[in-house]
Design a protein around this ligand. Structure first.
Ligand code: PLP
Length: 394
Protein backbone atom coordinates (compact mmCIF):
# COMPACT_ATOMS: atom_id res chain seq x y z
CA UNK A 1 0.00 0.00 0.00
CA UNK A 2 1.39 3.43 -0.87
CA UNK A 3 1.81 5.78 1.99
CA UNK A 4 -0.97 8.29 1.61
CA UNK A 5 -1.84 11.07 3.94
CA UNK A 6 -5.57 11.30 4.48
CA UNK A 7 -7.09 14.72 4.33
CA UNK A 8 -9.17 15.01 7.43
CA UNK A 9 -10.51 17.64 9.72
CA UNK A 10 -10.63 14.94 12.37
CA UNK A 11 -7.73 14.23 14.67
CA UNK A 12 -7.42 12.37 17.91
CA UNK A 13 -8.19 15.47 19.87
CA UNK A 14 -11.42 16.53 18.23
CA UNK A 15 -12.62 12.97 17.44
CA UNK A 16 -13.32 12.48 21.12
CA UNK A 17 -15.93 15.24 20.88
CA UNK A 18 -18.10 13.00 18.71
CA UNK A 19 -20.17 10.88 21.02
CA UNK A 20 -22.67 8.31 19.74
CA UNK A 21 -25.44 10.04 17.78
CA UNK A 22 -27.93 11.55 20.15
CA UNK A 23 -31.12 13.40 19.28
CA UNK A 24 -33.15 15.24 21.93
CA UNK A 25 -36.73 14.18 22.48
CA UNK A 26 -39.18 16.63 20.88
CA UNK A 27 -42.89 17.02 20.46
CA UNK A 28 -43.21 18.43 16.95
CA UNK A 29 -46.26 20.68 16.83
CA UNK A 30 -45.03 22.83 13.96
CA UNK A 31 -45.64 22.68 10.20
CA UNK A 32 -43.78 19.37 9.83
CA UNK A 33 -42.13 17.04 10.24
CA UNK A 34 -44.46 15.65 12.84
CA UNK A 35 -43.44 12.88 15.25
CA UNK A 36 -43.38 9.41 13.76
CA UNK A 37 -45.63 6.75 15.32
CA UNK A 38 -43.63 4.32 17.55
CA UNK A 39 -44.72 1.38 15.37
CA UNK A 40 -43.43 3.23 12.32
CA UNK A 41 -40.08 3.70 14.07
CA UNK A 42 -39.99 -0.03 14.82
CA UNK A 43 -40.55 -0.81 11.14
CA UNK A 44 -37.91 1.73 10.13
CA UNK A 45 -35.29 0.08 12.33
CA UNK A 46 -35.60 -3.36 10.69
CA UNK A 47 -32.59 -4.57 8.74
CA UNK A 48 -32.82 -3.63 5.05
CA UNK A 49 -33.57 -6.31 2.45
CA UNK A 50 -32.86 -6.17 -1.27
CA UNK A 51 -35.11 -3.90 -3.29
CA UNK A 52 -35.77 -6.73 -5.76
CA UNK A 53 -36.26 -9.40 -3.06
CA UNK A 54 -39.66 -11.05 -3.49
CA UNK A 55 -40.54 -10.12 0.09
CA UNK A 56 -39.86 -6.49 -0.75
CA UNK A 57 -41.81 -6.68 -4.02
CA UNK A 58 -44.76 -7.93 -2.03
CA UNK A 59 -44.32 -5.08 0.47
CA UNK A 60 -44.35 -2.61 -2.44
CA UNK A 61 -47.72 -3.96 -3.54
CA UNK A 62 -49.05 -3.55 0.00
CA UNK A 63 -47.87 0.06 0.06
CA UNK A 64 -49.61 0.75 -3.25
CA UNK A 65 -52.84 -0.86 -2.11
CA UNK A 66 -52.82 1.01 1.19
CA UNK A 67 -52.01 4.26 -0.58
CA UNK A 68 -54.98 3.82 -2.94
CA UNK A 69 -57.22 3.52 0.10
CA UNK A 70 -55.70 6.59 1.76
CA UNK A 71 -55.95 8.62 -1.46
CA UNK A 72 -59.46 7.18 -2.05
CA UNK A 73 -58.70 6.22 -5.62
CA UNK A 74 -58.30 3.24 -7.91
CA UNK A 75 -55.39 4.65 -9.87
CA UNK A 76 -52.95 2.05 -11.19
CA UNK A 77 -50.05 4.50 -10.96
CA UNK A 78 -50.02 5.14 -7.22
CA UNK A 79 -46.63 5.01 -5.56
CA UNK A 80 -44.37 6.61 -2.98
CA UNK A 81 -41.59 8.49 -4.75
CA UNK A 82 -38.13 8.64 -3.20
CA UNK A 83 -37.58 12.08 -1.75
CA UNK A 84 -39.62 14.53 0.30
CA UNK A 85 -42.88 16.13 -0.87
CA UNK A 86 -41.03 18.42 -3.26
CA UNK A 87 -39.84 15.37 -5.23
CA UNK A 88 -43.34 14.31 -6.24
CA UNK A 89 -44.25 17.98 -6.68
CA UNK A 90 -41.43 18.32 -9.20
CA UNK A 91 -42.40 15.01 -10.84
CA UNK A 92 -45.92 16.38 -11.34
CA UNK A 93 -44.50 19.31 -13.25
CA UNK A 94 -41.59 17.62 -15.05
CA UNK A 95 -43.70 14.78 -16.49
CA UNK A 96 -46.81 16.70 -17.50
CA UNK A 97 -45.46 19.96 -18.87
CA UNK A 98 -43.70 20.36 -22.18
CA UNK A 99 -41.96 23.56 -23.13
CA UNK A 100 -44.46 26.36 -23.80
CA UNK A 101 -47.46 24.45 -22.42
CA UNK A 102 -49.95 26.43 -20.38
CA UNK A 103 -50.27 25.86 -16.66
CA UNK A 104 -52.57 27.89 -14.43
CA UNK A 105 -51.48 28.01 -10.80
CA UNK A 106 -53.74 29.27 -8.03
CA UNK A 107 -51.34 30.81 -5.53
CA UNK A 108 -52.37 31.74 -2.00
CA UNK A 109 -49.14 31.11 -0.14
CA UNK A 110 -45.57 29.91 -0.16
CA UNK A 111 -46.17 26.48 -1.70
CA UNK A 112 -48.21 27.85 -4.60
CA UNK A 113 -45.17 30.05 -5.23
CA UNK A 114 -42.94 26.94 -5.26
CA UNK A 115 -45.16 25.42 -7.97
CA UNK A 116 -44.74 28.60 -10.01
CA UNK A 117 -40.97 28.43 -9.59
CA UNK A 118 -40.84 24.78 -10.68
CA UNK A 119 -43.16 25.27 -13.67
CA UNK A 120 -41.06 28.23 -14.82
CA UNK A 121 -37.86 26.13 -14.62
CA UNK A 122 -39.51 23.52 -16.87
CA UNK A 123 -40.30 26.34 -19.33
CA UNK A 124 -44.08 26.20 -19.00
CA UNK A 125 -46.23 29.14 -20.06
CA UNK A 126 -47.25 29.99 -16.48
CA UNK A 127 -50.38 31.97 -15.52
CA UNK A 128 -50.97 32.76 -11.88
CA UNK A 129 -54.07 33.76 -9.96
CA UNK A 130 -53.43 35.07 -6.51
CA UNK A 131 -55.12 35.48 -3.15
CA UNK A 132 -53.77 37.07 0.01
CA UNK A 133 -52.09 34.62 2.43
CA UNK A 134 -55.04 33.63 4.59
CA UNK A 135 -57.80 33.38 1.97
CA UNK A 136 -59.03 30.65 -0.35
CA UNK A 137 -60.35 30.76 -3.93
CA UNK A 138 -64.05 30.50 -4.68
CA UNK A 139 -65.45 27.96 -7.15
CA UNK A 140 -66.58 30.82 -9.42
CA UNK A 141 -63.14 32.45 -9.50
CA UNK A 142 -61.49 29.18 -10.48
CA UNK A 143 -64.17 28.42 -13.09
CA UNK A 144 -63.75 31.83 -14.71
CA UNK A 145 -59.96 31.57 -14.86
CA UNK A 146 -59.92 28.05 -16.31
CA UNK A 147 -62.56 28.93 -18.92
CA UNK A 148 -60.77 32.06 -20.03
CA UNK A 149 -57.14 30.92 -19.81
CA UNK A 150 -57.71 27.35 -21.11
CA UNK A 151 -54.60 25.83 -19.48
CA UNK A 152 -53.37 22.27 -20.07
CA UNK A 153 -52.99 21.91 -16.29
CA UNK A 154 -54.64 23.65 -13.36
CA UNK A 155 -52.66 23.35 -10.11
CA UNK A 156 -53.70 24.24 -6.58
CA UNK A 157 -52.58 23.55 -3.01
CA UNK A 158 -55.28 21.80 -0.97
CA UNK A 159 -53.81 22.59 2.45
CA UNK A 160 -51.58 25.69 2.34
CA UNK A 161 -49.15 25.14 5.21
CA UNK A 162 -47.77 28.67 5.02
CA UNK A 163 -51.08 30.43 5.66
CA UNK A 164 -53.28 27.78 7.33
CA UNK A 165 -55.93 27.74 4.59
CA UNK A 166 -57.92 24.70 3.45
CA UNK A 167 -58.99 25.08 -0.18
CA UNK A 168 -62.37 23.49 -1.07
CA UNK A 169 -61.83 21.26 -4.13
CA UNK A 170 -65.25 19.81 -4.86
CA UNK A 171 -66.52 20.71 -8.34
CA UNK A 172 -63.17 21.88 -9.76
CA UNK A 173 -62.54 18.49 -11.38
CA UNK A 174 -65.69 18.90 -13.50
CA UNK A 175 -64.57 22.33 -14.69
CA UNK A 176 -61.18 20.88 -15.65
CA UNK A 177 -62.75 17.99 -17.57
CA UNK A 178 -65.07 20.31 -19.49
CA UNK A 179 -62.06 22.43 -20.45
CA UNK A 180 -59.73 19.57 -21.36
CA UNK A 181 -57.35 20.38 -18.57
CA UNK A 182 -55.60 18.19 -15.97
CA UNK A 183 -56.37 18.88 -12.32
CA UNK A 184 -53.23 18.80 -10.13
CA UNK A 185 -53.48 18.95 -6.33
CA UNK A 186 -50.80 19.46 -3.66
CA UNK A 187 -51.98 17.33 -0.73
CA UNK A 188 -48.79 17.49 1.33
CA UNK A 189 -50.60 18.68 4.47
CA UNK A 190 -53.89 16.84 3.92
CA UNK A 191 -53.23 13.20 2.91
CA UNK A 192 -54.03 10.85 5.78
CA UNK A 193 -55.45 13.65 7.91
CA UNK A 194 -58.28 15.45 6.10
CA UNK A 195 -61.07 14.47 3.76
CA UNK A 196 -59.52 13.96 0.34
CA UNK A 197 -61.38 12.02 -2.34
CA UNK A 198 -59.19 11.71 -5.41
CA UNK A 199 -61.62 9.76 -7.61
CA UNK A 200 -64.83 11.45 -6.47
CA UNK A 201 -63.37 14.95 -6.84
CA UNK A 202 -61.93 14.03 -10.26
CA UNK A 203 -58.38 14.93 -9.33
CA UNK A 204 -56.06 13.73 -12.09
CA UNK A 205 -52.72 14.11 -10.31
CA UNK A 206 -51.79 14.53 -6.68
CA UNK A 207 -48.76 14.34 -4.44
CA UNK A 208 -48.05 14.38 -0.72
CA UNK A 209 -45.35 13.62 1.84
CA UNK A 210 -44.60 10.99 4.48
CA UNK A 211 -43.85 13.26 7.46
CA UNK A 212 -47.28 14.70 8.28
CA UNK A 213 -50.57 12.78 8.11
CA UNK A 214 -48.81 9.45 7.56
CA UNK A 215 -46.81 9.64 10.84
CA UNK A 216 -43.50 8.73 9.21
CA UNK A 217 -40.17 10.54 9.02
CA UNK A 218 -39.60 12.70 5.92
CA UNK A 219 -38.22 10.87 2.89
CA UNK A 220 -41.05 9.63 0.69
CA UNK A 221 -43.62 11.47 -1.39
CA UNK A 222 -46.81 9.58 -2.24
CA UNK A 223 -48.02 10.26 -5.76
CA UNK A 224 -51.07 9.22 -7.75
CA UNK A 225 -52.31 9.78 -11.30
CA UNK A 226 -55.34 8.55 -13.22
CA UNK A 227 -55.93 7.40 -16.81
CA UNK A 228 -56.33 10.97 -18.10
CA UNK A 229 -52.88 11.81 -16.76
CA UNK A 230 -51.43 8.55 -18.11
CA UNK A 231 -52.79 9.45 -21.54
CA UNK A 232 -51.20 12.88 -21.42
CA UNK A 233 -47.89 11.37 -20.32
CA UNK A 234 -47.87 8.83 -23.15
CA UNK A 235 -48.60 11.53 -25.74
CA UNK A 236 -45.50 13.59 -24.83
CA UNK A 237 -43.48 14.68 -27.83
CA UNK A 238 -40.28 15.21 -25.85
CA UNK A 239 -38.36 13.19 -23.26
CA UNK A 240 -39.12 14.02 -19.62
CA UNK A 241 -36.28 16.42 -18.75
CA UNK A 242 -35.61 14.76 -15.38
CA UNK A 243 -34.24 11.21 -15.22
CA UNK A 244 -34.79 10.48 -11.52
CA UNK A 245 -38.45 11.53 -11.57
CA UNK A 246 -39.40 10.18 -15.01
CA UNK A 247 -42.69 8.40 -14.36
CA UNK A 248 -42.42 6.06 -17.33
CA UNK A 249 -39.10 4.78 -15.94
CA UNK A 250 -40.51 4.59 -12.41
CA UNK A 251 -43.48 2.70 -13.80
CA UNK A 252 -41.16 -0.10 -14.88
CA UNK A 253 -40.26 -0.65 -11.22
CA UNK A 254 -43.59 0.12 -9.58
CA UNK A 255 -45.69 -1.36 -12.42
CA UNK A 256 -45.76 -5.09 -13.22
CA UNK A 257 -42.18 -5.44 -14.56
CA UNK A 258 -40.29 -4.57 -11.35
CA UNK A 259 -37.22 -3.48 -13.28
CA UNK A 260 -34.48 -1.67 -11.36
CA UNK A 261 -34.53 2.11 -11.70
CA UNK A 262 -32.79 3.40 -8.58
CA UNK A 263 -32.06 1.71 -5.25
CA UNK A 264 -35.28 2.04 -3.32
CA UNK A 265 -35.06 3.57 0.17
CA UNK A 266 -36.32 0.25 1.52
CA UNK A 267 -36.53 1.21 5.19
CA UNK A 268 -38.63 4.26 4.41
CA UNK A 269 -40.97 1.96 2.54
CA UNK A 270 -41.17 -0.36 5.58
CA UNK A 271 -42.07 2.76 7.54
CA UNK A 272 -44.73 4.06 5.17
CA UNK A 273 -46.35 0.63 4.97
CA UNK A 274 -46.70 0.73 8.75
CA UNK A 275 -47.98 4.33 8.80
CA UNK A 276 -50.57 3.49 6.15
CA UNK A 277 -51.55 0.27 7.90
CA UNK A 278 -52.22 2.21 11.10
CA UNK A 279 -54.48 4.61 9.19
CA UNK A 280 -56.40 1.73 7.62
CA UNK A 281 -56.80 0.08 11.03
CA UNK A 282 -58.16 3.26 12.57
CA UNK A 283 -60.38 3.86 9.53
CA UNK A 284 -59.98 6.88 7.27
CA UNK A 285 -63.16 8.61 8.42
CA UNK A 286 -62.13 8.21 12.06
CA UNK A 287 -58.73 9.68 11.22
CA UNK A 288 -60.36 12.72 9.58
CA UNK A 289 -62.71 13.09 12.53
CA UNK A 290 -59.82 12.97 15.01
CA UNK A 291 -57.95 15.72 13.16
CA UNK A 292 -61.04 17.95 12.94
CA UNK A 293 -61.98 17.46 16.59
CA UNK A 294 -58.52 18.15 17.96
CA UNK A 295 -58.10 21.22 15.76
CA UNK A 296 -61.42 22.65 16.99
CA UNK A 297 -60.34 22.08 20.57
CA UNK A 298 -57.13 23.96 19.88
CA UNK A 299 -58.95 26.86 18.16
CA UNK A 300 -61.43 27.22 21.00
CA UNK A 301 -58.67 27.03 23.59
CA UNK A 302 -56.52 29.67 21.89
CA UNK A 303 -59.51 32.00 21.52
CA UNK A 304 -60.48 31.58 25.12
CA UNK A 305 -56.93 32.67 26.05
CA UNK A 306 -57.64 35.89 24.14
CA UNK A 307 -55.64 34.99 21.04
CA UNK A 308 -56.71 35.68 17.48
CA UNK A 309 -56.64 33.14 14.66
CA UNK A 310 -55.36 34.29 11.27
CA UNK A 311 -57.86 32.44 9.06
CA UNK A 312 -61.66 32.59 9.07
CA UNK A 313 -63.26 29.38 10.39
CA UNK A 314 -64.92 28.72 6.99
CA UNK A 315 -61.64 27.68 5.41
CA UNK A 316 -59.36 27.18 8.38
CA UNK A 317 -56.97 24.25 8.04
CA UNK A 318 -57.31 21.62 10.80
CA UNK A 319 -53.79 20.24 10.34
CA UNK A 320 -52.08 23.63 10.60
CA UNK A 321 -53.32 26.57 12.61
CA UNK A 322 -51.95 30.06 12.13
CA UNK A 323 -52.41 32.08 15.30
CA UNK A 324 -51.48 35.76 15.47
CA UNK A 325 -48.52 36.57 17.69
CA UNK A 326 -49.89 39.12 20.18
CA UNK A 327 -48.24 42.50 19.54
CA UNK A 328 -46.88 42.59 23.08
CA UNK A 329 -45.09 39.26 22.77
CA UNK A 330 -41.59 38.34 21.58
CA UNK A 331 -42.61 35.60 19.13
CA UNK A 332 -39.21 33.99 18.61
CA UNK A 333 -38.42 34.21 22.33
CA UNK A 334 -41.56 32.27 23.20
CA UNK A 335 -40.98 29.63 20.52
CA UNK A 336 -37.42 29.10 21.70
CA UNK A 337 -38.61 28.92 25.30
CA UNK A 338 -41.06 26.13 24.41
CA UNK A 339 -38.36 24.22 22.56
CA UNK A 340 -35.55 24.60 25.08
CA UNK A 341 -37.53 24.16 28.25
CA UNK A 342 -40.37 21.86 27.24
CA UNK A 343 -39.05 20.13 24.09
CA UNK A 344 -42.03 21.39 22.07
CA UNK A 345 -41.66 22.81 18.59
CA UNK A 346 -44.11 25.24 17.04
CA UNK A 347 -43.36 27.09 13.81
CA UNK A 348 -42.73 30.70 12.94
CA UNK A 349 -44.76 32.21 10.11
CA UNK A 350 -43.34 31.61 6.66
CA UNK A 351 -42.62 34.29 4.05
CA UNK A 352 -44.81 37.34 4.48
CA UNK A 353 -46.30 35.92 7.69
CA UNK A 354 -42.90 35.58 9.37
CA UNK A 355 -43.00 37.25 12.79
CA UNK A 356 -46.78 37.77 12.50
CA UNK A 357 -48.13 34.30 13.24
CA UNK A 358 -47.07 31.07 14.86
CA UNK A 359 -47.87 27.88 13.01
CA UNK A 360 -49.21 25.02 15.10
CA UNK A 361 -49.46 21.60 13.51
CA UNK A 362 -51.64 18.71 14.66
CA UNK A 363 -50.87 15.98 12.17
CA UNK A 364 -50.95 12.20 12.14
CA UNK A 365 -49.78 10.61 15.39
CA UNK A 366 -49.50 14.08 16.96
CA UNK A 367 -53.15 14.98 16.51
CA UNK A 368 -54.26 14.04 20.02
CA UNK A 369 -56.33 15.62 22.76
CA UNK A 370 -53.43 15.21 25.15
CA UNK A 371 -51.08 17.26 22.93
CA UNK A 372 -53.68 20.02 22.57
CA UNK A 373 -54.14 20.21 26.35
CA UNK A 374 -50.40 20.27 26.92
CA UNK A 375 -49.85 23.11 24.49
CA UNK A 376 -52.80 25.17 25.69
CA UNK A 377 -51.57 24.85 29.28
CA UNK A 378 -48.17 26.16 28.24
CA UNK A 379 -49.72 29.07 26.35
CA UNK A 380 -51.67 29.84 29.48
CA UNK A 381 -48.77 29.71 31.92
CA UNK A 382 -45.69 30.66 29.87
CA UNK A 383 -46.82 33.29 27.36
CA UNK A 384 -46.96 36.01 30.01
CA UNK A 385 -43.21 35.64 30.49
CA UNK A 386 -42.64 36.76 26.91
CA UNK A 387 -44.81 39.80 27.06
CA UNK A 388 -42.81 42.94 26.32
CA UNK A 389 -45.01 44.81 28.76
CA UNK A 390 -45.60 44.12 32.42
CA UNK A 391 -49.27 43.42 31.85
CA UNK A 392 -50.26 39.95 30.71
CA UNK A 393 -53.11 41.20 28.54
CA UNK A 394 -52.53 40.88 24.83
N1 PLP B 1 -46.37 21.60 -0.33
C1 PLP B 1 -46.81 21.92 0.89
C2 PLP B 1 -48.21 22.39 1.05
C3 PLP B 1 -45.97 21.79 2.00
O1 PLP B 1 -46.41 22.10 3.22
C4 PLP B 1 -44.64 21.33 1.81
C5 PLP B 1 -43.73 21.18 2.95
O2 PLP B 1 -44.09 21.29 4.09
C6 PLP B 1 -44.23 21.01 0.51
C7 PLP B 1 -45.12 21.16 -0.53
C8 PLP B 1 -42.86 20.51 0.25
O3 PLP B 1 -42.64 19.28 0.88
P1 PLP B 1 -41.22 18.84 1.43
O4 PLP B 1 -40.72 19.90 2.34
O5 PLP B 1 -41.52 17.53 2.10
O6 PLP B 1 -40.33 18.68 0.25
Amino acid sequence: MTEAKLISSLNEENLSHFSKTFVPSRLLLGPGPSNAHPEVLNALSLNPIGHLDEAYISLMSDVQQLLRYTWQCNNRMTLPMSGTGSAAMEASIANFIEEGEKILIAKKGYFGERLVDMATRYKADVSVIEKPWGESFSYEEIKYEIETKKPAIFAIVHAETSSGVLQPLDGIGDICRKNNCLFLVDAVTSLGALELLIDKWKIDLAYSCSQKGLSCPPGLSPFTMNDRAEEKLSSRKTKVPNWYLDLSLLNKYWGSDRVYHHTAPVNMNFAIREGLRLIANEGLENVWHRHNTNAKKLWNGLESLGMELHVSEDYRLPTLTTVKIPPAVDGDGFRNHLLRNFGIEIGNGLGELSGKVWRIGLMGFNSSEENVDRLLNLFDTELKKYSIFESSTF
